[in-house]
Design a protein around this ligand. Structure first.
Ligand code: AMP
Length: 288
């Protein structure tokens, strides 16, 4: 396994592999790896000749009051985990190498026409976040030259946004959205779960419980007659006692993320909430 820090060397290495006809599968991460990340890595390993994983805590996607400084960076452990998965390359650049002085470009999906994808849910609560993500990811994609790139459904809005960016600017990359990996009690795996105290960790279980309750309720025939508003209200009441603050809890269109009033065949139940000071997000797809 090779660990590269220089963007230029990483790009040259990936380019020469492509020229030799190798397919590259790329998994961008912030590090602090868990089974969620590793599920993406394993899929990339199965589907490509070469697997590259980036570990880069992208400063552009953190707001001034967010957790950039305290974000976990257990690099040694991450390397060991990736070695076990037979990853070929880790790309671990410094922020200075990625965004040197004078760097002055931003990528904004949704800059031309306003849409819920770019203005609702996490985009509303974390101004500038998705612009930071898109700017970082497009740069990583240009460096990695992958044939396939893997993102998790856990960050559904991010996945939709990156998929749209790839389509809009015709990057010749196949995008893969992979299912959310959960702890045994249902909590979606996240590097931020490590911030939770034992009590908060127990309370956080309510997030997925309420999402699965919504999934079950909305897919029952009796739900057809009901307005989604009342279901959402009930779900909110179920979650409130366990969390510190609900940022959003909604049922939205799977592609546009527009809030829905009536039941549709396919929907997405989404939630973002604070447990203590930790902001957690989760979602489940609802088939009716
Ligand atoms: P992050 O390091 O949090 O930026 O995540 C890197 C990639 O792993 C993103 O595409 C995430 O959506 C994905 N990911 C994070 N947590 C999970 C999970 N529990 N299940 C599946 N994918 C995940």
């Amino acid at each position: 396994m090779n660990i590269l820090q220089s963007p230029k060397v990483f790009q040259q290495t990936m380019m020469s592999l492509r020229q030799k006809g190798k397919s590259i599968g790329f998994v961008p991460t912030l590090g602090a790896l868990h089974e969620g990340h590793l599920s993406l890595v394993r899929k990339a390993r199965r589907e490509n000749d070469v697997v590259a994983v980036s570990i880069f805590v992208n400063p552009l996607q953190f707001g001034p009051k967010e957790d950039f400084k305290k974000y976990p960076r257990p690099l040694k452990r991450d390397k060991e985990l990736l070695k076990k998965e037979k990853v070929d390359y880790i790309f671990h650049p410094s922020a200075k190498a990625m965004f040197p002085q004078g760097f002055n470009t931003a990528v904004q999906v949704g800059a031309i026409r306003k849409s819920p994808l770019q203005n609702s849910l996490c985009a509303k609560s974390r101004p500038g976040h998705f612009q930071g993500v898109a700017t970082g990811v497009i740069k990583l994609l240009n460096l990695a030259q992958p044939e396939n790139v893997y993102f998790g459904a856990k960050d559904f809005q991010q996945a939709l946004m990156i998929e749209k960016m790839i389509r809009d600017v015709n990057l010749a990359i196949r995008f893969h959205r992979c299912p959310t990996v959960r702890e045994t009690d249902g909590l979606a795996m996240s590097s931020r779960n490590s911030y939770l105290s034992a009590d908060q960790r127990r309370r956080a279980q309510a997030i997925s419980r309420v999402l699965f309750w919504l999934q079950d309720q909305a897919s029952r025939p009796a739900a057809r007659a009901r307005k989604l508003a009342s279901l959402k209200q009930l779900a909110r009441r179920k979650l409130i006692p366990f969390v510190t603050h609900i940022d959003y809890l909604d049922i939205v269109d799977l592609e546009t993320l527009e809030p829905l009033k009536k039941i549709q065949r396919m929907m997405l139940a989404v939630v973002a909430c604070y447990v203590g000071k930790t902001r957690l997000i989760d979602n489940v797809i609802i088939h009716t």
